[in-house]
Design a protein around this ligand. Structure first.
Ligand code: CBF
Length: 802
């Protein structure tokens, strides 16, 4: 029976066709109907949003404000229709008029407002919070250009702008009535008033923040939450005077400068550049969001004493760390609180998640930059730092020698992680291992001072997108065998373990995998012009390109395999290596690694002795919608970062739930995957975190591994001698021989050995499918529903609003 949402949607689509286009569906073109479907879906969400927010207000519920520079939303149409349980009805309805809903899905560009794991995690959390009916508002920037489009030319990554708003802007609901002014630069003046010493920020430059709301749907819930994206514009706008004088370019200059703030997402992941524009972006969205949150709170309660009971502001990585001084500024300068009271409110309302231990990603800003761009904020940070250092000297004299490391301002820099720890009541890592490393190593001294602040919430993924929508065949099989309860409550998936010995289910799993491989193979044939064998083993490494993630180790193993097939008559199981990854635009080494992968791909493809056994494919422009095609087709999930470096990983979870078996190091959430599936259903290799640290302290010398291992020598000399299609990869050769900071060579032998174990297991079809089943059935704990429930119960202390 058709649900009432579908009925409403259809009526609304018809109406929009009439009103917007003076047309009807029958005579409408694809673009018109596409627009009508998106607009109608958005309208349904807007209505639901209105009802839900009324309830939240009535119940005076505590709310979560999730501050994140990135939300990697991906596409929304399919997800929204699926969540509204209207997908099948709308599909059939459109088909009556000759429209294929799949084509509409393809027309929708990804909202690529994030770089990778951190941004996608934020979007998964929005989905889960909404499905579980928790009130949450996400805050970020409405980047005009999201993560760049990657085009590979002669193996080299080129970046092109990704303008997504034209085709996906139907989801963005402008709220001009809630614009907010944000102040940059200027001077501060202190003077005495009857309230004591007050500070005035003068001569500042104003930028207007205009909000656009993107509604977030949930599954089987009345809740709809909001992701509020701020767009920057000038307060003065277009200068008529200059225009009249014929100074056309100058007349729009103010507007151009202001709007540059929300122009483009910084395409860096795990490596942060201290650029002025990025600091402006951070302050821009933090200030606009906090001004709005505090204004609403004050309107309702007339005081901020209750703020920590009604609001929790979550700092997603250090990018929104200016929440700490900005909330202080608002409370003191706008609402007249004295320092101690303002600090009490601030430090009890903020919670911080750390997503990385990589030192180049722990943000630091030069003092002069912060001081000149945000003079009032800088003065507050200085005072926070002064009090913090004083507190350490007084209460922890044993840490006096470490004060430089712990201080918020030191070595000419403002250290944002230190600021977040001092200013938040909770600090969490994103996997058990990572949270331990934070406590015992990265923030060891802070853990001595604030032992109760540190905690762990292991990341999760929304299985509704990554399993139900991306892999409908598997979802259907699960529904048949264990019922549909898993869609709402993933812990139910555990029941699938019962089918471990069920031949029919195992055979169906193989068929499904084959279907998904065909879908991917078609995509590869179309985009790369490479025919891949769907009976070969699909080995997948998809993630950002970074040295620590060690795509290079994967390629070294492939070159070794190539040489063994070509020169030693080795006949392996046919295997297809699939890579997809974007490199940060200025990251030379990462781009070189992509060039190497592409060169190896060409070399293999041209070699008749090898190409029947081995294929290597680099799929360009990795993004959420592409991941949805690649992940369900994977047999093997490569999670091979150097132990201790990957905070958690979430691709590992998406691959696992789609039945791929992990080949990985004991790093990040791989450790918990290992615990969930047991040692016989995962392939672990390489040095542990402890062994990496020990080797580092002993002094790692890549040449020791080169000298001790013939295969390493063969592979490296092959690369050096131009063996890879006559191309020059001296930079990578030198990198591996004389530096190798992530110890590729140290793990090479163990990695190759693990690959042989993988091959052996894969040859035993029945056994491998059982491994795959175990991975699917034990993925329950990696639901983002579980993660957000952990946050809600242990950190945010919020309740669902039913
Ligand atoms: O926690 C989400 C993800 O964040 C990162 O992508 C990040 O940007 N720091 C980490 O690298 C991942 O390990 C982590 O899963």
């Amino acid at each position: 029976m058709e649900n009432h949402v579908s009925q409403k949607l259809k009526t609304s689509i018809e109406k929009i066709m009439e009103v917007n286009f003076g047309n009807n569906i029958k005579n409408g073109n694809k673009r018109q109907v596409y627009e009508a479907v998106l607009t109608a879906t958005n309208e349904i969400l807007a209505e639901k949003r209105y009802e839900y927010s009324k309830k939240v207000k009535e119940q005076e519920a505590k709310q979560v404000y999730y501050m994140s520079m990135e939300f990697l939303v991906g596409t929304s149409l399919k997800n929204n229709l699926w969540n509204l349980e209207a997908e099948d009805d709308i599909k059939a309805f459109l088909a009556e008029y000759g429209f294929d809903i799949e084509e509409f899905y393809e027309m929708e560009p990804d909202a690529g407002l994030g770089n990778g794991g951190l941004g996608r995690l934020a979007s998964c959390y929005m989905d889960s919070m909404t499905t579980l009916s928790y009130p949450i508002t996400g805050f970020s920037i409405r980047y005009e250009f999201g993560i760049f489009k990657q085009v590979i030319i002669d193996g080299w990554q080129n970046e092109f702008p990704d303008s997504w708003i034209d085709q996906a802007g139907y989801w963005l609901n402008p709220r001009a009535d809630e614009e907010i002014e944000v102040h940059f630069f200027g001077n501060i003046k202190e003077h005495w008033t009857d309230k004591g010493l007050t500070t005035e920020h003068t001569d500042y430059v104003s930028v207007m923040a205009k909000p656009y709301d993107l509604f977030i749907s949930g599954y089987d819930t009345e809740a709809v939450n909001t992701l509020r994206l701020w767009s920057a514009k000038s307060t003065s706008g277009f200068n008529m005077d200059l225009f009249s004088k014929g100074e056309y370019v100058k007349s729009t200059e103010n507007e151009a400068i202001a709007s540059s703030i929300s122009k483009v997402l910084y395409p860096a992941d795990d490596k942060i550049e201290g650029k002025s524009l990025r600091l402006k972006q951070q302050y821009f969205f933090v200030s606009a969001s906090l001004q709005q949150i505090t204004k609403e709170h004050y309107k309702k309660y007339g005081t901020f004493e209750s703020f920590p009971d009604k609001a929790v502001i979550h700092i997603n990585d250090t990018h929104p760390s200016l929440c700490v001084p900005e909330l202080m500024r608002i409370l003191m300068d706008d609402y007249g609180y004295v320092w101690d009271a303002a600090w009490d409110i601030t430090a009890n309302s903020l919670a911080y998640t750390n997503h990385t231990v990589m030192s180049e990603a722990l943000e630091k800003w030069p003092i002069d930059l912060v001081k000149s761009h945000l003079p009032r904020i800088y003065s507050i940070i200085e005072e926070i730092n002064r009090r913090f250092c004083q507190f350490i000297y007084t209460n922890h004299p044993e840490l006096s020698a470490s004060i430089d490391k712990m201080a918020i301002i030191s070595e000419g820099m403002v250290k944002m992680a230190n600021l977040c720890i001092a200013g938040s009541y909770s600090v969490n890592g994103v996997s058990k291992l990572h949270s331990d490393i934070l406590k015992t190593d990265t923030f060891h001294n802070f853990n001595i001072v604030y032992p109760d602040k540190f905690t762990n919430v292991t990341n999760g993924i929304t299985h509704r997108r990554w399993l139900c929508q991306a892999n409908p065949l598997l979802s259907q099989l699960l529904t048949e065998k264990i019922g549909g309860g898993f869609k709402k409550s993933l812990s139910d998936i555990e029941k699938f373990n019962e089918f471990y010995y069920d031949e029919a289910v195992l055979s169906r799993l193989r068929e499904i995998k084959k279907e998904n491989k065909k879908r991917l193979a078609d995509y590869i044939a179309q985009k790369n012009g490479i025919e891949v064998n769907c009976d070969s083993m699909f080995d997948v490494q998809v993630k950002r390109l970074h040295e620590y993630k060690r795509q290079l180790l994967n390629v070294l193993q492939i070159i070794d395999l190539y040489r063994k097939i070509k020169f030693q008559g080795f006949r392996p199981l046919p295997q297809t290596y699939i890579f997809a990854a974007k490199a940060s635009a200025g990251y030379f080494m990462a781009k070189e690694i992509i060039r190497l992968i592409c060169a190896v791909s060409d070399m293999v493809e041209r070699d008749p002795d090898v190409r029947d056994f081995l294929k290597v494919v680099f799929i360009a422009d990795y993004k959420v919608s592409l991941a949805e095609i690649i992940i369900p087709a994977a047999d093997i999930s490569e999670q091979i970062s150097q132990a201790g470096k990957e905070a958690s990983g979430t691709g590992n979870m998406k691959l696992m739930i789609n039945g791929a078996v992990t080949l990985g190091t004991m790093d990040g959430a791989n450790v918990e995957i290992y615990e969930a599936v047991g040692p016989e259903n995962i392939f672990i290799f390489g040095l542990s975190t402890q062994e990496v640290n020990d080797l580092y302290h002993r002094g790692y010398r890549p040449e020791d591994f080169y000298n001790a291992n013939q295969s390493i020598r063969d592979v490296l000399e092959f690369i050096k001698s131009g063996g890879i299609g006559g191309k020059n990869f001296d930079s990578l050769y030198h990198y591996l021989m004389y530096s190798d900071p992530y110890m590729n060579l140290a793990d090479f032998a163990s990695y190759c050995d693990a690959h042989r174990r993988v091959e052996e297991a894969y040859r035993d079809e029945a056994r491998f499918t059982q491994m795959s089943l175990k991975n699917i059935a034990n993925a329950g704990i990696f639901a983002s529903d579980r993660s957000v429930t952990d946050y809600a119960n242990h950190i945010w202390h919020v309740k669902p609003v039913q």
